[in-house]
Write a protein that binds this ligand. Structure first.
Ligand code: ADE
Ligand code: ZN
Length: 343
């Protein structure tokens, strides 16, 4: 593609309405807000300044990121902190034309520090309600279990969250992948399914394709978060395509956590070519160098994506979202309006 065509495709990607389905809300905590909350709450940080903290964002793998990410979340203590964090994300999401967002949150990161479950969920769900009312973004919450902790801890976390059942639509599985396969969490996910919760799981980010099989077969995951390593197993790719199991892919995350050496090596085009319902997402935008539109823009530039591929990605995000039929029709209609010629 020539330069003018690339710029046109980038502009298209930026202005299209989309859904974001893989965003850890704690990963949207910008260094400036970390320092503001630290001061507000009297928390001492092991970094002298915003610049010193940002300079520490040089990751070699998932674990090197998670260590800093959990340290950053330590400034979150009160309901207003959770609200302010989520609200800052929604304002950025609106600027990127996000019409619908499904936010991951990690309650164990907070309850382990003595923050009540109620504080976490109230702050986040109040921000979701305001996003709907004031920004026109439909938003919901997905509670994630930390896979480096035990299944007993996950079960206790689920029980503690159940009084707030109306505030989250589903559950996920995140944190250190390798060594913590989905099979470790079979019982807690079975209980979640009984409760009518939607099921997602991180798998195939750093972990092998077998973890994706486990997420599908043992947890009955309806979507796979990341999933990029599925390409190593053609039978798995065929199964994901046949069942139209969406993958919530996070290009800048994959780059910053060294899942791919450069963005030009990113497998997004192969995922689409295999007929998979792949989507673009930001994962932990404050840590990985960009929110949703930045992910789209850098991916388009690195892979020379076509207008058709960009449209497919936007469409996939609505197809993959956990909204009802009426809401999905509204989202698709917005996409049709944005792509139909004027007049
Ligand atoms: N928690 C926050 N971001 C994550 C990621 N990319 N993988 C696993 N756990 C996470
Ligand atoms: Zn993630």
């Amino acid at each position: 593609m020539n330069t003018a065509e690339i710029e046109r495709t980038v502009a298209l990607a930026r202005r299209l309405p989309k859904a974001e389905l893989h965003i850890h809300i704690e990963g949207s905590l910008e260094p400036e807000l970390i320092f503001e909350l630290a001061q507000r709450n009297g928390v001492t940080l092991p970094y002298a300044s915003v610049e010193a903290l940002r300079a520490a964002y040089a990751f070699t793998d998932l674990q090197s990121f998670l260590d800093i990410y959990y340290a950053g979340a330590s400034v979150l203590l009160h309901e207003a902190d959770f609200y302010d964090m989520a609200w800052a994300y929604f304002e950025r999401a609106q600027a990127d034309h996000v019409l619908h967002a499904e936010l991951f949150f990690d309650p164990q990161t907070h309850t382990a520090r003595g923050v009540p479950m109620d504080t976490v969920i109230q702050g986040l769900s109040r921000a979701c309600a305001d996003a709907r009312e004031k920004l026109g973004i439909s938003a919901s919450l997905i509670l994630c279990f930390l896979r480096h902790l035990s299944e007993e801890d996950a079960l206790a976390t689920l029980e503690a969250a159940l009084p707030h059942r109306e505030h989250f639509i589903g559950v996920g599985l995140d944190s250190s992948e390798v060594g913590h396969p989905p099979e470790k969490f079979v019982r807690v996910f079975a209980r979640c399914r009984e409760l009518g919760l939607r099921i997602v799981a991180h798998a195939g980010e750093e972990g092998p394709p077998d973890y994706i099989w486990q997420a599908l077969e043992l947890l009955q995951a309806e979507r796979i978060d990341h999933g990029v390593r599925c390409l190593e197993d053609p039978v798995l790719v065929a199964e994901l395509a046949r069942r139209r199991i969406p993958l919530t892919v996070c290009p800048l995350s994959n780059l910053k956590l060294c899942v791919v050496p450069t963005l030009a090596d990113h497998p997004m085009r192969q995922l689409l070519a295999a007929g998979l319902c792949a989507t673009v997402n930001s994962d932990d935008p404050a840590y990985f160098g960009g929110y949703l539109n930045e992910n789209f823009e850098q991916l388009v530039r690195a892979l020379d994506l076509s207008d058709t591929e960009v449209l497919t990605l936007a469409r996939n995000s609505f197809e993959a979202s956990f909204v009802g039929d009426e809401e999905r029709a509204r989202l698709f209609a917005a996409l049709d309006r944005a792509t139909s010629p004027p007049g």
